[in-house]
Design a protein around this ligand. Structure first.
Ligand SMILES: [Zn+2]
Length: 233
């Protein structure tokens, strides 16, 4: 075991409970999840899709189990879940060869006031674990939000674009340092990809050559987005 892994184990001790449902588990369980939850996750084994010219994909289809894990991290402050989410994403990254085709991980930014209130940016936390597990570099402050945006879930596709347009900026600190580099943009969740596309616009304006987007979970476009649909899986 590498020293850095040992350090991570001390900070994030072995699992005792399933990160999703709280069932007692032992340390041999994959991703710190019980067999029941693992078998109910909507594993997405597809390759990358293309949205508006950007390669994009997700590890899981968003449903009640995925939502429980994301909500546990974001709204219940269970920061240790970022390690499990990072491990799931690392396996997908390696399966798709993104650790070879991308140079640097950049998490989707949170608005500063929101990050202060929550205490962390969940995507940056996931990115840290993803970097550790894949040997990639993660740069959490390459992008920033320049203004607050309305929650995307309440908006239609056109409103989402309008809501997000111009709200994400490239950190000038990295000007000239990322020219020609390939970014793996990551987030916990995506629906339409409008936030990811705005991040790509900002990254490209900073000289980044290519952006690939990977989310932990995504709502499939064929889903209508109603709760019953997500709950029914
Ligand atoms: Zn479970």
């Amino acid at each position: 075991m590498k020293i850095i892994d040992r350090a991570a184990e001390l900070v994030f001790p072995q699992h005792l409970y399933c990160g999703c449902c709280g069932n007692i588990i032992d340390e041999t369980r994959q991703y710190g999840l019980c067999d029941h939850c693992l078998s109910h996750f909507g594993w997405n084994t597809d390759g990358l899709d293309v949205i508006d010219g950007m390669a994009a994909g997700a590890c899981l289809d968003y449903g009640i189990y995925e939502r429980t894990l994301i909500f546990g991290l974001k709204y219940k402050g269970r920061k240790y879940l970022a390690r499990d989410i990072g491990a799931i994403m690392a396996d997908k990254v390696q399966a798709l060869g993104l650790d070879k085709s991308c140079d640097v991980i950049v998490p989707v930014p949170l608005y500063r006031a929101k990050e202060r209130k929550r205490g962390f940016n969940q995507a940056a936390l996931i990115g840290k674990h993803l970097a550790r597990l894949t040997g990639m570099e993660c740069v959490s402050d390459m992008l920033c939000r320049t203004r607050e945006t309305a929650p995307m879930r309440s908006l239609g596709p056109a409103e989402r674009r309008w809501n997000i347009e111009g709200s994400i900026a490239f950190n000038e600190k990295y000007a000239g340092r990322v020219s020609g580099r390939r970014v793996l943009l990551i987030d916990d969740f995506y629906t339409t990809g409008s936030t990811a596309l705005e991040c790509r616009r900002a990254l490209v304006s900073g000289g980044v050559a290519e952006v690939t987007f990977l989310a932990f979970a995504a709502r499939r476009s064929r889903d209508t987005g109603d709760a019953a649909n997500a709950m029914g899986r």
